[in-house]
Each structure stands twice: as C-alpha cells, then as structure tokens.
Write a protein that binds this ligand. Structure first.
Ligand SMILES: NC(=O)c1ccc[n+]([C@@H]2O[C@H](COP(=O)([O-])OP(=O)(O)OC[C@H]3O[C@@H](n4cnc5c(N)ncnc54)[C@H](OP(=O)(O)O)[C@@H]3O)[C@@H](O)[C@H]2O)c1
Length: 372
C-alpha cells in the first residue's frame, strides 16, 4: 500500500502544508477509502482562520475537510455494507466534535469514513460529481428532517404522496440549497426557492415549483403574497443574511412558522489568516448585533428559529437513514442527482489552498473540487 499524504494544518490560523501522514487503520464500523475527489466548503476556510472561535475543541496538527469520494481499500470489523473496491462518497468527520481526529479529515489521500456516513456510488457518477454531495446533503437533511428543526416527513426513493405542504428554501442555487430542494421534493413537499435569474432553470430542474430573485427589493412582499394560500411546513434559510428575509416571509404565512438557519447574518469567511485584530474588532460586535437582531425580529413576528449544525444528523438515526438507506438508491435511480456541477481546480493536495481561495471569492451554482 502506498504512503499516505495529507494537507495538514499545524495550528489555528496556519496555512495548509502537504506532508506524509500515517496510514489510517479502520476500526469497527469504519472503512478506509482511497480519496479520489475532495469538495471544499466555506467552513473549511472558516475553521482555518477562526478555528479557536468555531471549533475550539480541535486538536492540532489537524486535517480539515468534510466531502470525499473514492474507493474502499480496507473495511473494519462489523462492516457489512461495503467491501474493498466499492466506489463510495462520504461525510468526513475529522474536525467534528464527535470525532476530532486527523484520520477522519478529508484533506488526505487515505481517509477513514464511518460506514453510517458513507454511500455506495453508481459507476455512472464520477468521483468529482459525487464529492459535491456529503456536507450539503447532511446540512439540508438536518434542517429539513431533525425533530428540533423543521421536522418534515422523511424522503422516499419511490415517489412520495404529496403532503400538500410547501417549504421555502432560500438560496436554492447554493450547494446546500440544491440538496435541500431535492430532499424536500423527495419527501413530498412543494418547494419555493430563491436564486439569481441566471439560475432559475437550474433550480427548477432540481424540482423547485417557483423561484424568486433574491436581489429584488420587494422579494419578501411578492413571495409572501404568492404563499398566502399555502400551508407552510417552514423555511430553510441558506446564504448569509437570508435569516431576516425568511422570518419576514414566514411571519405572513399560515402553517408552521419556523425558520431553520444554515448561515450567519454577516459573512465570517473573509477573516484574514493572520493579523485578525481589526477584523475581529469590527466584525464580532456586528455579528453579535446581527444575531440579537434576528432573535428580536423572530420574537416580535412570532416565528421560531433554529441554527443548523450540519453534522448533527450523525448523533441519531437520521445520518444512517440518509447515507445508508436513501442516498444510494436515490442516486442509482436518478431520484436525486449530484448538484451543482463540480468546478475542478486541481489534481493534487497542493491545489487545496488555491481551491479555498477561489471559494472565498465566491461561486455560483458550482462546487469547488480537487481531484486526486
Ligand atoms: N450550518 C452548517 O452546518 C452549514 C454547513 C454547510 C454550509 N453552511 C452555510 O450554508 C451557506 C451555503 O453554503 P454552500 O456551500 O451551499 O454555498 P455556495 O454554493 O458556495 O453558495 C453560492 C451560491 O450562493 C447564492 N447566494 C449568494 N447570496 C445569496 C442570497 N443572499 N440569497 C440566496 N442565495 C444567495 C448564489 O446564488 P446565485 O448565483 O443564484 O446568485 C450562489 O449560487 C453558507 O453560508 C455556508 O456557510 C452551513
């Protein structure tokens, strides 16, 4: 077996540095995967710059990254779902509190996945396309299906009976939004979403029934009028600053007046790697005011809100339900497609810093991916 290599972060606020890594050995319920594609999330950059604030538990040196697709090399004890040679995608939990160990970080050639966070991948789907899915699917599933979030009916590979209810997914062309639209439709909900006009056809293609331009100044009023006769199942607020708009829309609707929020009220992915004093001096009070403002707005308008932690589904049975029971058959049958398209920026671990920089500058209906 060839040597493992990883893009290490040696301490908080440090650049990534590629060097040798121990070859992980899968324990019970785990699989060792030869990583073929890694997708980048804004959270990766946020942990790199603001690790002490957002993930204070991380032990360094650490290996970041959540999204992988590759081939199973070795399976641990009591693994029955997978065998060596299988193609899989999976949610890598290295920097999550439930794992906090480098062997489970995505930014390396050989990675440990938990079998309940991995899904068999049909031959027709490339590793690069598959890698866009794990954290987006997990985050969307948390917001839509966890009991303390919107608590919607579970998705089904067979067409679900329509629930007769509508869910608002703000930010349909984001990666999380693309997953959320498809999951909500597979669960039998009508989806109303937002995107820029250039992505209207894209989100409709994923199953959204109606799409509004979030750049319109009167989008909240227009959307609320459109939803007036609907029985609402709630809203998923994806994209920085979308929480306030969702609260305002939901306060004018019938049904479950609840907003599950994936994003902060102001950006936190633009902190510099070093010399953060002035960024923190200005942004942290603004963020505190933004969160307080959201809480007051929700209270005054009679709307419940919850923040989403995208890996929370792994604590109960939802993770297994999504990754082991729903996603594989859904991908094989075309019920769910990997979306958005991958934007492959390099073919080695050395490309990860450039990939993170590109993601910080912003993308539209695409996911930054590095293939290996
Ligand atoms: N809580 C968690 O655990 C968790 C996990 C993952 C992600 N997130 C958060 O979820 C958000 C989405 O992440 P992602 O990786 O899916 O994003 P992404 O794909 O990188 O987002 C790019 C998309 O954002 C859309 N967008 C930008 N501003 C918008 C707005 N005001 N309203 C609606 N859409 C807007 C753009 O749409 P157009 O091009 O159509 O204009 C673009 O397609 C981020 O804030 C991320 O930090 C949270």
């Amino acid at each position: 077996m060839s040597l493992n290599q990883a893009a290490w972060i040696n301490a908080k606020g440090q650049p990534l540095s590629v060097s040798e890594a121990p070859m992980p050995r899968p324990g019970a319920g785990e699989i060792l995967v030869r990583n073929r594609a890694i997708a980048l999330n804004s959270f990766d950059g946020i942990v790199q710059t603001l690790g002490s604030m957002v993930t204070p538990w991380v032990s360094y040196p650490a290996i970041l990254g959540s999204d992988v697709a590759g081939e199973v090399v070795v399976v641990g004890a009591s693994v029955s779902r997978f065998k060596p040679g299988d193609r899989v995608l999976g949610l890598a939990l290295g920097i999550d509190k439930i794992a906090n160990r480098s062997v489970e970080g995505a930014f390396q050639k050989y990675v440990i996945l938990r079998q309940e966070a991995a899904t068999e991948l049909p031959d027709s789907i490339s590793f690069e396309r598959a890698a866009v899915l794990p954290l987006a699917i997990a985050t969307a599933a948390c917001g839509l299906f966890l009991d303390d979030q919107l608590g919607l009916r579970a998705p089904s590979v067979q067409r679900s009976e329509p629930t007769g209810k509508t869910v608002l997914i703000w930010g349909g062309s984001t990666c999380v939004g693309s997953a959320a639209i498809q999951l909500a439709v597979a669960a039998g909900y009508e989806v109303v979403t937002t995107a820029s006009p250039k992505n209207f056809d894209y989100v409709r293609g994923l199953g959204a029934s109606y799409v509004f331009d979030y750049n319109d100044t009167d989008v909240v009023v227009t959307m609320a009028k459109h939803l007036a006769d609907r029985d609402m199942a709630g809203a998923l607020a994806i994209a920085v600053g979308s929480g306030a708009s969702c609260i305002d829309v939901m306060s004018r609707c019938r049904g479950q007046r609840m907003v599950s929020m994936a994003s902060s009220p102001l950006p936190i992915n633009d902190a510099p790697l070093t010399r953060q004093f002035f960024w923190k001096l200005t942004r942290l009070p603004q963020l505190a005011a933004g969160f307080l403002g959201l809480a007051i707005r929700a209270r005054v308008r009679g709307v419940a809100t919850r923040a989403i932690w995208g890996t929370a589904l792994m604590k109960g049975t939802l993770g297994k339900q999504i990754f082991n029971e729903f996603l594989g058959p859904a991908l094989a049958s075309g019920r769910l497609v990997p979306a958005p398209k991958p934007l492959v920026v390099g073919h080695s671990l050395e490309a990860l810093p450039e990939a993170l920089a590109l993601l910080r500058r912003g993308v539209s209906a695409s996911k930054v991916v590095v293939s290996l």
